[in-house]
Design a protein around this ligand. Sequence first.
Ligand code: NAP
Length: 306
Amino acid sequence: MSSTSTMHAVYAYGSDLTALTDETLPRPTPGPGEVLVAVRAAAITAGELAWPDTWPVIPAHDVSGVVAALGPHVVDLRVGDEVYGLIGFDRNGAAAEYVTVLATDLAIKPATIDHVGAASLPLGGLTAWQALIDHAHLEKDQHVLIHGGAGGVGAYAVQLAVHHGARVTATASAADAEFVAGLGAGLVIDYTGRFEEQVTDVDIVIDTVGGDTMTRSWPVLRPGGVLIGVADPPQETAAAAHGARGVYFVVEPNMHELIELAQLVDAAVLRPVVGRVFPLADTAAAFKAQRDSHIRGKVVLEVAAA
Ligand SMILES: NC(=O)c1ccc[n+]([C@@H]2O[C@H](COP(=O)([O-])OP(=O)(O)OC[C@H]3O[C@@H](n4cnc5c(N)ncnc54)[C@H](OP(=O)(O)O)[C@@H]3O)[C@@H](O)[C@H]2O)c1
């Protein structure tokens, strides 16, 4: 346990798991517009240790916890509020007992789930929401193909697309097929096979895999369709050659979308997908499992109250 002025945190000094270091640091002080959150759970993201422009950094930018202090000019939150959110990638993340977060990047956590479930939502849920709604402008009855339907982004994309009235096809491993069908996908295709021979007339591809999967996706789109890549950027020449639109974006914190996601969770429309939970002290094992273990949904770090 740390003292009242310090905290335990995990720092990433590089992409290797051995570059993760447990440290005791001064507890941060919230600046203007920020709150200090006592972290109860944080989620990690595939590949995040390989974002070199962020090192050194406290990883895990999904947070759920309790507001412990307010910085100047924060009016919408109070000490003791249970909040969740996506911390901007230019800041330290939540693999720590405390983190300062812009108040505008947080929302009240869904009431019907615990902090572990809430921490699994922001990055994956917001990426799925922004892909489908903000960038693809999804309409009812459209046909959506989601690559990686069991993953941290894909499992939310499947559920949100179904909720918005889409016909959903997803790719996943054979082991995950039943799980993804349970999220609402009408057809689940084994990703070791040739999905392009089993699906056609797609309005929107949400590609969380990239590479060859993206290259093979263009022909399944209808003319005028859109391919949203979050793992890799679509090539403009390929999009033009297929009469389609290609979009790459980086997810952004968004309080209003977090509020909508929380409402969907509390209405039992959106299910948090937590694959594995590790204590903060086992952060390196959590990253290893995320990378190596074919985990469904998100890997979450649970942080004991300091
Ligand atoms: N641009 C952004 O804002 C943004 C936001 C979030 C994430 N991302 C990136 O998007 C990617 C996915 O993130 P994530 O959190 O969803 O990762 P994840 O949790 O690891 O999920 C990836 C999923 O894709 C499956 N998969 C692997 N190969 C596949 C293939 N060939 N075809 C179809 N599915 C396949 C995996 O199955 P197995 O478990 O069987 O391997 C897994 O279920 C990462 O590169 C991440 O960094 C970008």
